[in-house]
Design a binder for this molecule. Sequence first.
Ligand SMILES: Cc1ncc(COP(=O)(O)O)c(C=O)c1O
Length: 393
Amino acid sequence: MEFRRITGLPPYVFTIIDSLKVEARRNGEDVIDLGFGNPDLPSPDIAVEKLIEAAQNPRNHRYSSSRGLPKLREAFAALYQRRFGVDLDPETEVINTIGAKEGLSHLMWVLLQAGDSVLVPAPSYPIHLFAPLFAGANVREMPLTADQDSFFETLKERFQYSWPRPRVIVLSFPHNPTTMCVDADFMQRVVDFAREQEVVVVHDLAYADLGFDGYLPPSILQADGAKDVAVELYSMTKSFSMAGWRVAFMAGNPAIVGALAKLKSYLDYGTFQPVQIAATVTMNEAQDYPAEACAVYETRRNALCDGLERIGWSVQPPKGTMFTWAPIPEPYADMGSVEFASMLVREANVAVSPGVGFGPGGEGHVRFALIENEQRINQAIRNLRSTLTRLDV
Ligand SMILES: Cc1ncc(COP(=O)(O)O)c(C=O)c1O
């Protein structure tokens, strides 16, 4: 049998590290897992309480609304007003999605057809690359550079030299895996360019609330004229540690929101209504939660980056996200990221993600996810020190 849409998919390299981790744990090893970006913090208490309460009411057991309950969309619009000063009409400019991943994937079906082209940063979070590919589009990569100004030049150049003319530009800052961050001025330049060129911009703001050292990640919807060309994905996964609940939103240009709503009305009936109710109350009442979670990640970032610096592994401390993007230390650079990451699981009991899992542009790096507590991160540093020193000799 041939499954043409998926046959060409490369193997998901993260599974290689994951199976090494499982194997080591089965052998009784204490592996410190800094691999998968799966938040370890508990969801807000109020989310759990409201979920239980709503689940006990049989009225909530039926099909729900695919676009999201009106109160859920209102709570989201209020959050955007508080956090970004952005006005959204909950009726026409907001739709609930089953996580950012689902929203982004189906959005690509709406925006792209076979043969269309789309610009995507490289390296990238896998679905940014694969959602357009699933839609049959041609992906043109925009290599990420160290600073936003030169990246903007790359974006313009790639746009100009791509044929067919790109219909969509995918962006996501703070960026997974590179942790690159941008400011509001960058967003304005992107929006101005997109309006000039009449191209749609899809911005995945998965790390909306994870900015460190006083940095607040901007929304693209803060830019003047953004709603003419842009939509943004905001997820409760990281901001409210609600990964498994699958609650996210797409907001912005009403025609695009309406188009996704139309497609989704054929595909799903929305998330389980008690989940929508719990998410509504959480956004309204646990308003301090995202900043508290961010403070935890910032402490972990400090522990990891200071620790790596102490053992002679120099990394750029991230200004945002829940990751650290680390160049493979010189003596091991030739190994490649999969072999290096495999070695770290086997020899140091530390799991990280190989950079090449985020596309060829990620080779030469590994990604640490800040999903273990400070003590465990310090233990990881000790393990890394003894392994890397031992192997150096
Ligand atoms: C850039 C980016 N987008 C989306 C997601 C997934 O978000 P969700 O859980 O809402 O699907 C992640 C999770 O790691 C991510 O890094």
